[in-house]
Design a binder for this molecule. Structure first.
Ligand code: CP
Length: 305
């Protein structure tokens, strides 16, 4: 394996191994070890064709902490704006001897296409509505830290399932690790092929969906991917599917809430609950750094350094 494109590529053992590496980096960080040389002499290029705060920053910072030379490529300031196509852009980056290319693209499958054509290790940092494997690894790691085990946990994913690459990767990862997964969304935001995504249950009723769950993951309403109207107003969505205190009380007493970010405050989650005592949202962000370091190291191991 030279690339990380999909959770499908990872066995349960691979995921556990990535978590062991991440745990080790986290432990060392807590013991004040803040710089490593695992990627000394390696280059990491980060072409992002869609906006990002968490993913781009943490992949870049993780690379720098591991002593890689990292370069951001913002598509709006690159030759993409002059009409250069994806293949030629990535081939150009490969010609600069890039060891890792961390790519985010609005087209589902874009990282898979380039990975076949070039020698650099490709990391999928989110492709269209398809997958966001590093986010799923973060979500699993964060749950594992909080709950000790993922096997047999009841996890519900709520919101814009139709457009969510996070949901697609999360379902795969949680099922590999033995959790029960429920999806909940307005009927217009449940894909017609939802049964094939691998979840155990699908419902439009949020009260049923939250009852007795260990973990509730809320998804951002992705207005930028919506060419049609899926609900009458954001206010209506918030009333029918947003998390409030009453709905929080339906979860298990020790349940936690999560969100991959960015949050539409007051729509998916009531503002005062976003960083409340049941929320792991900032833990997800913090863990992003350790998981992304672990992904680099894992791919180095897989490709013989
Ligand atoms: N979760 C996530 O992908 O966030 P960004 O879009 O900020 O990277």
């Amino acid at each position: 394996m030279k690339d990380l494109l999909s959770i499908n590529q990872l066995s349960e053992e691979d995921i556990t191994h990535i978590y062991e590496i991440a745990k080790d980096y986290k432990k060392k960080y807590k013991n004040n070890q803040k710089k490593f040389t695992d990627l000394k002499g390696y280059s990491v290029l980060l072409p992002f064709f869609e906006n990002s705060t968490r993913t781009r920053t943490s992949f870049e910072l993780a690379g720098k902490i591991l002593s890689a030379d990292t370069i951001n490529i913002n598509s709006s300031q690159s030759s993409v704006k002059k009409g250069e196509n994806l293949y030629d852009t990535i081939k150009t980056l490969e010609a600069m001897n890039s060891d890792f290319i961390v790519i985010r693209h609005y087209m589902s499958g874009a990282p898979h296409i380039v990975a076949k054509e070039i020698k650099s290790r490709i990391i999928n940092a989110g492709d269209g509505m398809n997958e966001h494997p590093s986010q799923a690894l973060i979500d699993g790691f964060t749950i594992l830290e909080e709950k000790g085990e993922i096997k047999n946990l009841k996890i519900v994913i709520i919101g814009d399932i139709l457009h969510s690459r996070v949901a697609r990767s999360d379902i795969k990862l949680f099922k590999k690790l033995g959790a029960e997964v429920t999806l909940c969304a307005p009927i217009t935001m449940i894909p017609r092929y939802a049964q094939t995504l691998g979840a155990d249950y699908i419902t439009t009723n949020i009260e049923d969906a939250l009852k007795d769950k260990d973990v509730a993951i809320f998804l951002r309403i992705q207005l930028e991917r919506q060419s049609k109207v899926y609900f009458t107003s954001l206010n209506e969505y918030s009333i029918k599917y947003g998390l409030n205190q009453e709905r929080l009380n339906l979860l298990k007493e020790d349940a936690v809430i999560m969100h991959p970010g960015p949050v539409n405050r007051g729509i998916e989650i009531q503002s005062e609950l976003v960083y409340g005592n049941r929320s792991l949202i900032l833990e997800q962000v913090e863990n992003g750094l350790f998981i992304r370091k672990a992904i680099y190291k894992f791919l180095l191991e897989k490709t013989g350094g």
